[in-house]
Design a protein around this ligand. Structure first.
Ligand code: AMP
Length: 418
């Protein structure tokens, strides 16, 4: 079905055509009519599915037929500045022909330009929670006119500990409103939050819960931890890959890897939370334009990165939080393109792989690259997770030898060649 069947008005149909979108994605086909009808919505859609347009387009339409007040009438909350920027850019791009003003506020950047943007009057506000509260505290914005409230990547907001901020923001927002909650994954915490936020929501899931993007090929290379850097440089060089997004668990790890890869002759930069906003944006721009070949990022820094036709994502280290795996590989295979997600798994990380496989309910094809086979005589130091809850306990139990084998998987590493 084309966009004309979604109920969007002609100026928005022109806007999507100008973006080169010929068909709505499944989340857009399902969500746009529901949002236009004014109902609450809980949508399971990971990044790359077109979810931003799925809420931005109908909100632009609803606001166009409603009188402006100078104060925001739509509020989109996003966990990170990168995601907030991406959402804001989408509103601006799709709303070119609408007489509506959008503003973007996020932490880690000067508040003055944000104050003056708000003073000019705004219809759509895209915000990270902390900075929004700061601005409310200064009397720079008020939320009493909000008609549409969107939680983008709600699972991530909870993971990042924003629940208190969310509660404080909710106190400022009218009861009478439309609420839309988008989340890549659903777990009990999300359902709990949804009960307090949404009224008789329509539930839309474009993929089965917790599944990985369908067009992303997932591969696992078993390799010793101390040979990962050599292996990744070899893969990028020998296969002539460009625009490779690489994930590490720590900021320091990201910096070290980027500098080592530069020594290998591969232009690489790192982005993470210790870098200034300007440095992160410059790194991203260099990556987008192809000036650098690889970008090393931590999970938080990579949220919201929207890079067209990103083909390669590498998990240099597996994430402690399983759901980050889905978010990471969702950076590739976007909006119908194909992608390759490679995980470099050391023997000590095998239990993390096992947990990911349980979550996505499939085994991942594994291989050893000749010359990089794991050395069975090396000791295995299983890392401990720092994330809360059951995962942490399982990791601790393993490390203490209370359950499972060192390295985690039954059959041990020798069964891994397939
Ligand atoms: P999102 O899931 O919102 O992060 O969107 C992922 C990417 O899909 C973005 O680069 C959008 O520009 C693109 N996109 C959104 N809707 C469509 C569509 N209907 N057809 C093609 N690309 C789209």
């Amino acid at each position: 079905m084309g966009f004309s069947n979604t109920g969007l008005m002609p100026s928005l149909l022109q806007a999507v055509a100008a973006q080169g979108y010929s068909e709505p994605t499944p989340i857009q086909s399902a969500a746009i009519p529901v949002i236009l009808s004014g109902e609450d919505l809980m949508a399971g859609a990971q990044t790359g599915t077109g979810k931003t347009a799925a809420f931005a387009l109908p909100i632009l339409q609803l606001l166009s037929s409603d009188a402006a007040s100078g104060q925001p009438r739509a509020l989109v909350l996003a966990p990170t500045r990168e995601l907030a920027q991406q959402v804001y850019r989408s509103f601006v791009a799709y709303g070119k022909q609408c007489d509506l003003r959008a503003a973007l506020v996020y932490g880690g950047a000067s508040i003055n330009s944000q104050l003056s943007a708000l003073a000019d009057g705004v219809d759509i506000l895209v915000a990270t929670p902390g900075r929004l509260l700061d601005l409310i505290g200064r009397g720079a914005v008020e939320l009493s006119q909000i008609r549409h409230l969107v939680f983008d990547e709600a699972d991530r907001m909870l993971d990042m500990g924003f629940i208190d901020e969310i509660r404080r923001i909710l106190k400022q927002v009218p009861e009478q409103r439309q609420t839309l909650l988008f989340s890549a994954t659903f777990d009990p915490a999300i359902f709990d939050l949804s009960k307090t936020l949404l009224k008789e929501p329509k539930l839309i899931e474009v993929d089965a819960r917790n599944t990985t993007a369908a067009l992303v090929e997932q591969m696992v290379y078993a390799v010793d931890a101390d040979r990962k850097r050599e292996l990744i440089s070899y893969l990028i060089g020998s296969k002539n890959w460009h625009q490779v997004l690489i994930f590490t668990r720590t900021r320091q790890g990201a910096d070290e890897l980027a500098s080592e890869m530069c020594k290998d002759g591969l232009k690489t930069q790192a982005i993470h939370g210790d870098k200034s906003q300007g440095a992160r944006e410059r790194g991203l721009e260099a990556f987008r334009s192809g000036e650098i070949r690889a970008l090393v990022a931590t999970d938080v820094a990579a949220r919201g990165l929207d890079i067209d036709q990103l083909q390669y994502v590498v998990n240099y280290e597996l994430p402690y939080n399983n759901e980050d795996y889905i978010h990471r590989i969702g950076r590739t295979g976007r909006a119908g393109g194909s992608g390759l997600a490679i995980s470099l798994v050391s023997p000590a990380e095998e239990y993390l792989l096992e947990e990911i496989e349980t979550m996505i309910d499939r085994k991942l094809p594994q291989q050893w690259l000749p010359g990089f086979e794991p050395d069975p005589s090396k000791p295995v130091n299983t890392p401990r997770k720092s994330s809360p809850g059951a995962q942490k306990k399982r990791a601790r139990d393993r490390a203490l030898g209370k359950s499972g084998k060192p390295g985690g998987r039954s059959g041990g590493r020798n069964r891994r060649r397939r």
